[in-house]
Design a protein around this ligand. Structure first.
Ligand code: SF4
Length: 151
């Protein structure tokens, strides 16, 4: 299970398959990580720096994070894509098909001048999370998305 939790300053990725439930994240930021709560991660309750430190304490690699640099990522369900914005400017997108066998991500692209900020990973996670929440299988023909799914 892949989940993306975002607030203005930071985006947190969680891969449940890797989570060993060591709870170091809980110890480092209990307001953000709380196993008794649903959803168990809430990135709106602590400053980005505290969340970053808690994510860094994760021993399994289940948690990773990036600073958002003011870039917003949204899902456009009717357009079958996730889209990244810098203000009103579209700076990246991740496109998918819905097939009888599941969702297939076939294209991910971010403007070169926005590289190195993990925006593509946020775009792909946005689609994967929605597919999983919809109960659909998710796969990719886009080589970048293939890599994210295999991480
Ligand atoms: S520290 Fe990492 S492995 Fe441990 S509970 Fe948190 S997410 Fe899972």
């Amino acid at each position: 299970m892949h989940r993306l939790y975002e607030q203005e300053d930071i985006a947190v990725f969680w891969d449940s398959v890797k989570c060993r439930h060591a709870k170091r994240c809980v110890g480092a930021s209990p307001v953000t990580f709380n196993r008794e709560r649903r959803p168990w991660i809430d990135v709106t309750k602590a400053p980005a720096k505290e969340i970053w430190q808690a994510v860094s304490a994760c021993p399994s690699g289940a948690l990773t994070c990036v600073y958002t640099h003011g870039i917003r990522v949204t899902l456009d369900e009717s357009g079958l894509k996730s889209v990244a914005y810098d203000g009103d400017k579209v700076i990246g997108e991740c496109d998918y098909h819905i097939t009888p066998d599941g969702w297939v991500i076939y294209h991910t692209e971010v403007l070169p001048e926005y590289g190195g900020k993990s925006i593509a990973k946020r775009l792909v996670y946005k689609v994967i999370e929605k597919a999983e929440r919809s109960g659909a299988e998710v796969s990719a023909t886009c080589s970048y998305a293939v890599k994210v799914l295999a991480e």
